[in-house]
Write a protein of this length. Structure first.
Ligand SMILES: NC(=O)c1ccc[n+]([C@@H]2O[C@H](COP(=O)([O-])OP(=O)(O)OC[C@H]3O[C@@H](n4cnc5c(N)ncnc54)[C@H](O)[C@@H]3O)[C@@H](O)[C@H]2O)c1
Length: 256
């Protein structure tokens, strides 16, 4: 059992891999031996571990296809896809549902759900051909519960409706894909992070961070590296009997 989380024979693609949680996942999975490909519109800045970067715009099918083809040509397999990229929801906007345009609504839902759909669709043929794989989708606590408007005030960190609606869709899309690709050996699970504000964001708005701390059972926000355990479980063979599952990594936020 000592090698349960060993990933030394696995190629992992992380969309949004240059971000806060993506950087932690890159470092964490590389330390377990994985070949990690960061697929992002921005180059990684804070990644310590060896990794590969392939520019990818997850809003574009063509760009996703190009990235996956390059991964396959360079490494010969795609064992794990982590759908981490999310964009377009317009965080901080005070405008609630009654003020949201059709365009803004669509951009946010597509940036959470559409991108997960596109990357999943494009990776399935590779995984099918090699006899299986693991897909890990990033949902959110806000795909499970609503933001509590009373804690946001004028923090500028308001969380809009299109984000959570997209993330709730990610949870269902995860179950759908698990059901329909299990026969191909493809496992599909999700992770739902709770509050992981960036260090810069925490410094800028300590009063808001206190509100976030108070809302969790553990009385603190998450450190980026604390996402790694759940992701390593779902990405590795340690979770060989898990599919269609969601793991909340939220300090207890959604459990009360
Ligand atoms: N941080 C949190 O508190 C939190 C909470 C719940 C869920 N999540 C989810 O976890 C995941 C990672 O979050 P994070 O905090 O690391 O986000 P982040 O904003 O730090 O990183 C997002 C990354 O996605 C990249 N990106 C943006 N548009 C892209 C595109 N079109 N194509 C490819 N890459 C693109 C950005 O360059 C960035 O590197 C997201 O799905 C997010 O919704 C985060």
């Amino acid at each position: 059992m000592s090698n349960l989380f060993d990933m030394s024979n696995k190629t992992v693609v992380i969309t949004g891999g240059s971000g806060l949680l993506g950087t932690a996942m890159t470092n964490g999975l590389a330390s377990l031996g994985a070949t990690v490909v960061v697929a992002d519109i921005a180059e990684p800045k804070h990644t310590e571990a060896a990794h590969h970067f392939i520019a990818c715009d997850a809003s574009s099918t063509e760009s996703i296809r190009h990235m996956l083809k390059e991964v396959y040509e360079r490494f010969g397999r795609i064992d794990v896809l982590i759908n981490g990229a999310t964009y377009g929801a317009g965080y901080g906007a005070q405008g609630t549902v009654d003020k949201m345009s059709d365009e803004d609504w669509f951009r946010g839902v597509d940036g959470a759900l559409g991108t997960t759909f596109r990357c999943t669709r494009e990776v399935i043929p590779y995984m099918e051909r090699q006899g299986g794989g693991s897909i890990v989708n990033f949902a959110s606590m806000y795909g499970i519960v609503s933001p509590d408007p009373s804690i946001y005030g004028d923090s500028g960190a308001n969380n809009p409706a299109n984000y959570g609606a997209g993330k709730a869709g990610v949870l269902q899309f995860t179950r759908y894909c698990a059901a329909h690709y299990a026969s191909k050996g493809i496992r599909v699970n999700s992770v739902s992070p709770g509050p992981f504000p960036t260090p810069a964001g925490q410094e800028k708005n300590p009063a808001f961070v206190s509100e976030l701390n108070r809302k969790t059972m553990l009385k603190r926000v998450g450190k980026a590296e604390e996402i790694v355990g759940a992701v390593a479980l779902l990405a590795s063979d340690a979770s060989s009997y898990m599919t269609g599952a969601n793991i909340s990594v939220d300090g207890g936020w959604t459990a009360w």
